[in-house]
Ligand binder design. Structure first.
Ligand SMILES: [Zn+2]
Length: 116
C-alpha cells in the first residue's frame, strides 16, 4: 500500500508543524492534503493510514481531508487546454496526445485547529 509511505511523510510534516506552532494534543481538527492525480491515492486507504500513523501523537483524532486537483492538459497538436481526468490522456478536440502539467504535487495545504 503506497498510501502508508506517502502518509508517513505527510504525518511528519503535520507533527513538525504542530510542534513549531506549539499546538497541544487534541487541538488539531482537520488536515487538508493536496495530492495530484498521478499519485492515484485511494482516499479510504489514505485516511486509514492516517488514523493509524497519528495514533498516540499530538495529531490523534484529527481528520484527513484529501483534495485532488484536476490535471491541466495542453494538446501538442491543436493547442487545446483544459482539465483532464485519468485514464484518458487524449485531446478532447482532435484526439492527439497531450502534455500534462502538474498532477504530481503532494503537500499539506491547511491545518484546521480548534479554538484554544
Ligand atoms: Zn488537440
Amino acid at each position: 500500500m503506497h498510501e502508508v509511505s506517502i502518509c508517513q511523510s505527510l504525518v511528519s510534516v503535520v507533527l513538525d508543524e504542530l510542534a513549531q506552532r506549539e499546538v497541544g494534543a487534541g487541538r488539531l481538527k482537520r488536515v487538508r492534503v493536496v495530492a495530484g492525480q498521478l499519485h492515484q491515492l485511494v482516499p479510504d486507504a489514505l485516511v486509514f493510514a492516517y488514523e493509524l500513523l497519528t495514533r498516540d501523537t499530538p495529531a490523534a483524532g484529527s481528520q484527513l481531508e484529501l483534495r485532488v486537483p484536476p490535471l491541466e492538459a495542453t494538446c501538442k497538436r491543436c493547442g487545446w487546454q483544459g482539465a483532464m481526468e485519468p485514464p484518458i490522456f487524449l485531446c478532447e478536440k482532435c484526439g492527439a496526445g497531450i502534455e500534462i502539467k502538474g498532477g504530481d504535487e503532494l503537500f499539506v495545504e491547511e491545518l484546521e485547529l480548534a479554538e484554544s
